[in-house]
Design a protein around this ligand. Structure first.
Ligand code: FES
Ligand SMILES: [Fe+2]
Length: 389
């Protein structure tokens, strides 16, 4: 067996091990995820991020187009983020191979002589579709892109004309709903030392409010009372049907007071990780989105963005939102301590029903991708849930 064949076999074995390890990481591929804030990629700066355990290097071309490449040179794997951005090209710091930033295509290998036959244009660095929305750089984590680059050394990528094995069409990146031309906006984020599933079910958990978010501006523990909410299925998710929000939350009472009209709240959860809430009362509105993005299997990040036209300055809203997020973060840090020893857990009806739907949606989506059959929605129609919070 030649050394070259042995090397190939080693690479295949490594790729197989990687694939097996990834299979149980519980990530949902082929979706958009926010990687960094738009403001983090400026000028010739290269920013680093990690999504679904894939290291990324992000930047902006001279035309202002954001790009995301796998942060590993297909030659010897050194992170491309140590290299430099030169117009529309990223140059590796090790041997100076140059890659077109948006397509990942190699455009120059400085060591080649005029006698060399290597087809430079058939070599690709791993890259992913990239779009900017609401002040975030979103990256479409295509499973095909993952396979191409996991084959190590860009070998498979080099055999593929586009280098990414991307599906032909991908959906548009998510955008926050806004309801007037002028509005205020904030962005907050925090990291949670947990698997994305724990982050997500924490986000949609209705029963922790009176305990974790006790504060003068939100609610008191004593204000706990029985609630009944209707939920309905929507594609890839579920909706808390439009309703009058909880009367024990000060912000909603304030909103109703300002307009003299009722407040209507609609809350959606959609795979892989988006929770959106829209509150409207007369001409006033408040719209927010929280995403829980898997960084590694033991780390996820909440990105919270909100926009509103209420007469509430950003400087007033920000500390409240920060406190809220910090309360969730502290709880998740404490929970991670408990989860280290793999205790048995339970989900109860009805307070944990949304968590059950989340797990069922995820499983059914993966099953439909595996079989090619239409996805079965875990809900057959509207459902009333009741809990005390
Ligand atoms: S490792 Fe990047 S050019 Fe050699
Ligand atoms: Fe919370």
């Amino acid at each position: 067996m030649s050394e070259a064949v042995r090397t190939m076999m080693r690479m295949d074995a490594e790729a197989a091990r990687e694939t097996a390890a990834e299979a149980d990481a519980g990530f949902l591929w082929d979706f958009w995820y926010p990687a960094v804030r738009s403001a983090e990629i400026r000028g010739r700066k290269l920013a680093k991020a990690m999504l679904l355990e894939v290291p990324l290097v992000l930047g902006r071309t001279t035309e202002g187009k954001a790009f995301a490449m796998r942060d590993a040179c297909p030659h010897r794997g050194i992170p491309l983020s140590y290299g430099r951005l030169d117009g529309n090209v990223v140059e590796c710091c090790y041997h100076g191979w140059r890659f077109e930033a948006c397509s990942g295509q190699c455009v120059e290998i400085p060591s080649l002589t005029s006698q060399d036959k290597l087809k430079v244009e058939r070599i690709f660095a791993g890259h992913f579709p990239c779009e900017e929305r609401d002040g975030y750089v979103w990256v479409y984590m295509a499973s095909g892109g993952r396979k191409a680059i996991n084959a190590s050394g860009g070998r498979e990528a080099a055999d593929n004309s586009s280098g990414t094995l991307l599906p032909d069409t991908i959906p548009a990146a998510p955008a926050l709903s806004v309801f007037s031309d002028k509005y205020k906006m904030i962005h907050l984020d925090c990291e949670l030392p947990s698997h994305v599933d724990q982050g997500i079910i924490g986000l949609m958990d209705p029963a922790h409010g009176p305990f974790v978010h006790q504060s003068w501006f939100w609610r008191k523990r004593a204000s706990i009372h029985e609630k009944a909410k209707q939920f309905e299925p929507i594609p890839n998710g579920f909706r808390m049907s439009p309703h009058q929000p909880s009367s024990n939350s000060a912000p909603y009472r304030l909103l109703a007071k300002m307009t003299g009209e009722t407040v209507t709240t609609t809350i959606d959860f959609v795979l892989p990780n988006l929770r959106t809430e829209i509150d409207r009362s007369g001409k006033l509105w408040f719209s927010s989105r929280a995403t829980v993005t898997p960084v590694r299997r033991d780390l996820c990040r909440i990105d919270f963005v909100a926009a509103w036209n209420l007469p509430v300055p950003v400087a007033i809203f920000r500390p409240f939102a920060k406190t809220f997020l910090r309360q969730d973060q502290l709880t998740m840090i404490q929970q991670a301590e408990g989860l280290k020893t793999n205790p048995r857990l339970m989900l109860i009806d009805d307070a944990d029903k949304q968590a059950k739907w989340y797990f069922a949606l995820k499983a059914n989506l993966l099953e439909s991708r595996r079989t090619g059959a239409a996805m079965v929605h875990p809900m057959s129609g509207p459902v009333m849930l009741g809990w005390r919070s």
